[in-house]
Design a protein around this ligand. Structure first.
Ligand code: FAD
Length: 287
């Protein structure tokens, strides 16, 4: 199928991109196009204009520092996935990105585009949410920082307003004695997952559980974050944490899986992810 007609803008700088977006209220940003182009071709979206940011070199950035990893709007999934610097600061990014679609899609799709797209089945929104990260938005009116807890509003709906461009996303660094893990189940390799879990476990100085958190995809309209510290207890009873999660979630059935199956699966994935994150935290503590 062919997309509906649209005006096309190819700015070369961020300032030009923001001016173009301000001039076309019905316009949309085109980043990697891995979600937007299929939506256009299926006529599920019909923006008046596309503002293609692929020539805006100043958005093609990836910076890993002590505080965390800042991913610019043009950093492709593959670049973030393969960055040893980013993995050293926040390993959950690479762990999750390996599950995003196929390599060709990761070569083109952008991490920030995935956040802006706000698909409840996507991996990165759950990662940003469980880490308590932020999105930096810019428009002709100025800049603002949006916490993950406020960024995801509903399926395919973010807090970005017309005329706003997400210029970067910030993923906070893992604190000391912290391990992370990501696991999901999809019907076929590379498909969107039926359910997935991003787990973060931090140990105290006596190697007991100090904090255990999990971010979920595929079980709610926006990424769900659960604090499982109390449910797991100081010695990490991950089966108890999984039972708690099964009680807390209320997944929707769809053509791929019923609600009961998703609930069961989410518990299984929770136990696995927390186990793996705790083992990684132990290794870190031993370093
Ligand atoms: P685009 O397609 O260019 O844009 C997507 C949306 O975000 C548009 O509404 C656009 O206007 C907006 N947008 C993009 N960038 C910005 C910005 N900087 N500021 C404001 N708005 C912006 N994703 C997963 O997470 N998991 C999967 O398993 C998965 N499987 C896939 C399988 C297939 C076959 C395909 C084609 C895609 C799949 N994807 C999956 C989607 C892929 O990860 C996309 O790359 C990603 O969702 C969007 O990134 P993009 O750069 O391609 O954005």
């Amino acid at each position: 199928m062919k997309p509906p007609p649209f005006g096309y803008h190819a700015p070369g700088t961020l300032g030009e991109a923001l001016a173009a977006l301000a001039a076309v209220p019905g316009g949309k940003v085109l980043a990697g196009g891995q979600s937007l182009i299929p939506l256009l071709n299926m006529r599920l979206a019909a923006p008046s204009d596309l503002v293609d940011i692929n020539r805006v070199a100043e958005l093609d950035t990836l910076h890993a520092g002590d505080e965390g990893v800042r991913v610019g709007a043009l950093a492709r999934h593959a670049r973030v996935e393969r960055s040893a610097e980013a993995a050293a600061v926040q390993p959950l990014l690479g762990q999750a990105l390996r599950h995003v679609a196929h390599p060709v899609i990761r070569n083109r799709g952008t991490a920030v585009g995935s956040l802006a797209h706000a698909d409840p089945a996507a991996e990165l929104p759950a990662v940003l949410a469980v880490l308590g990260g932020t999105v930096e938005a810019a428009s002709a009116r100025g800049r603002r920082t949006i916490p993950a807890a406020e960024f995801f509003r509903g399926p395919l709906e973010s807090a970005l307003e017309p005329g706003e461009l997400a210029v970067s996303a910030f993923f906070p660094a893992a604190p000391p004695r912290t391990g992370t893990a990501f696991t999901e189940t999809a019907r076929r390799h590379g498909d969107y997952a039926l359910a997935g879990v991003a787990a973060v476990v931090t140990l105290d100085e006596d190697l007991r559980i100090h904090a255990a958190r999990a971010g979920y995809l595929g079980v709610s309209a926006t990424p769900l974050v659960l604090d499982l510290t109390e449910a797991a207890g100081p010695h990490g009873d991950w089966a108890a944490a999984a039972a708690h999660v099964r009680e807390r979630i209320d997944p929707e059935p769809d053509i791929h899986a019923g609600a009961g199956y998703r609930r069961h699966l989410t518990g299984v994935l929770t136990e696995r992810a927390l186990n793996a994150a705790a083992a990684a935290a132990m290794r870190k503590a031993g370093d």
